[in-house]
Design a protein around this ligand. Structure first.
Ligand code: BG6
Length: 477
């Protein structure tokens, strides 16, 4: 087959993505408060991370150190610039700005850290792309309010968003509100403290109802933040951040197809609300048939309408498949089946490049909004060679195959794509397992799962490959 040497659109935002809690470290520096991520222990593929109520001696909390980006960011950003990054996606740790989350006045030292870090990016022409809440929140909001089960969190979040928009609007154009907000569909496997929502489930809780309630408050907070951001600076682009795993029917049997459709509706009603500004009818019916009495006010519904997003940021790692089981109640922890047409990574994630083109078209058909791939990548074990070289051809293959599909989606299908920021452009702490050995980076960080190592940075083969991809604007993948 001849190589497709067409270029990506001019001004395409090539870059990389990370999140504050997975790389910054400095977990008690600069006045930072304790976040939910600071209470998450090391896990593995077979042993879930534990979320402890306090920091327990004898347990290892990998996010405390991260990869020490808090102190080393000038060196790391220099390496991003060497690759040719046009943008760098990271998040603002809420606890650096509001250590407890419910204060009125922000912590100046935290604000200054991000000012300095953004300036360092801008010095090289790299624009920061910012997520406000990426899988962490002030732990105080969990112990005092029960996390997002409490409506008051809307105002705390808005306060945080307002401070950030006002302070950084001249440095940051692209924002996202809640990282992978729709991964809450997976609520059954939630640990003690769950991702963005900070929910701790009690024995009497109906987990599903509580998930919907927390997600509703988050969606209202997100919509209000979008409206507020536009008021502060109309040029801001504020998006959602959705974890896109297309759910295929396992066969062409009509019931399998109908069930896959409902599974998609269950996983993507979050983006329906973000983009359309109202709840899909099937879900309102579901609340009724399940007897969920939801706190959704007319003022909330108005806010959702007024704060629809400007673009859809999304992550893409894998696809799922389902088989009809006799009813349409989709349970993400029980209903996924293996797809015989795709292979899985060492961590069991089904690798499916064609699914990315499908996803880009699916979003476009459904919402007609610009898209931004803000995560994509392969978590794999890398070997550091004797001369500090890393031959990660498996990672290059994964990214190349995905980018080939992205190119087709843009140039053949007409998808409007703003940019591409592969996940973990520098090795960092894995979110699901807390491991360091699950590496995504173009840059290797010498540190093991227990925080041992020199923390030195080394360029992998993929570093040079991606540098060339950016230099040729995707003509050479
Ligand atoms: C996404 C998250 O779910 O996937 C990231 O937004 C996360 O925070 C990434 O790191 C990869 O997952 P993991 O568990 O391999 O780090």
């Amino acid at each position: 087959m001849t190589q497709d040497t067409r270029k990506f659109p001019e001004n395409f935002l090539w870059g990389g993505a990370v999140a504050a809690h997975q790389l910054e470290g400095g977990y008690r520096e600069g006045g930072k408060g304790l976040s939910t991520a600071d209470l998450s222990t090391l896990g593995s593929k077979d042993h879930p991370r534990e979320n402890t109520a306090t920091i327990e001696e004898g347990k290892y909390y990998p996010n405390h150190q991260g990869i020490d980006f808090y102190h080393r960011y000038p060196e790391d950003i220099k390496l991003f610039a060497e690759m040719g990054f046009k943008c760098f996606r990271t998040s603002i740790a809420w606890t650096r700005i509001f250590p407890n989350g419910d204060e009125k006045t922000p912590n100046e030292e935290g604000l200054k850290f991000y000012d300095d870090m953004f300036d360092e990016c801008l010095k090289y022409g790299i624009q920061p792309v910012i997520t406000l809440s990426h899988f962490e929140m002030p732990y105080h909001l969990v112990t005092e309010y029960g996390g997002w089960r409490d409506r008051r969190l809307i105002d705390f979040f808005l306060n945080f968003a307002e401070v950030c928009f006002k302070r950084y609007h001249k440095k940051v154009k692209y924002w996202m509100t809640f990282n992978e907000i729709n991964n809450q569909t997976n609520f059954e496997s939630a640990g003690a403290v769950y991702s963005d929502s900070g929910l701790v489930f009690g024995p009497d809780d109906n987990k599903e109802q509580l998930m919907y309630q927390a997600a509703h408050y988050e969606l209202v907070a997100s919509a209000k933040a979008v409206a507020l951001g536009h008021q502060i600076d109309p040029s801001l682009q504020i998006g959602s951040m959705i974890a896109m795993c297309p759910i295929y029917p396992i066969s062409s049997k009509p019931e399998d197809i109908l069930f896959a459709q409902r599974a998609m509706q269950t996983r993507y009603w979050f983006s329906d609300v973000h983009c359309n500004g109202f709840y899909p009818k099937w879900l309102l019916n579901h609340f009724e048939t399940q007897g969920f009495e939801m706190d959704i006010t007319p003022a909330d519904l108005a806010a959702l309408k007024e704060g629809t997003v400007d673009y859809i940021g999304f992550s893409y790692y894998m696809s799922f498949a389902v088989k009809y089981k006799g009813n349409l109640l989709y349970n993400e922890n029980q209903d996924l089946v293996a797809n015989p047409y795709v292979k899985a990574s060492d961590w069991g994630w089904q690798v499916d490049p064609v699914g990315l083109r499908y996803a880009l078209n699916w979003f476009t058909d459904r919402y007609h909004l610009p898209l931004f791939i803000v995560e994509n990548g392969l978590g794999a074990i890398d070997q550091l060679g004797e001369n500090n070289e890393i031959h990660d051809d498996y990672r290059i293959k994964y990214l190349r195959e995905h980018l080939e599909q992205v190119k087709k989606a843009i140039l053949d299908d007409g998808v409007d794509l703003l940019g591409y920021t592969p996940w973990g452009c520098i090795d960092l702490i894995a979110a699901s397992t807390g491991q360091m050995c699950k590496r995504y980076g173009f840059i290797y960080v010498d540190q093991d799962d227990y925080g041992q190592g020199s923390l030195k940075r080394y360029k992998k083969d993929s570093f040079y490959w991606y540098q060339n991809v950016i230099a040729t604007n995707g003509a050479q993948l």
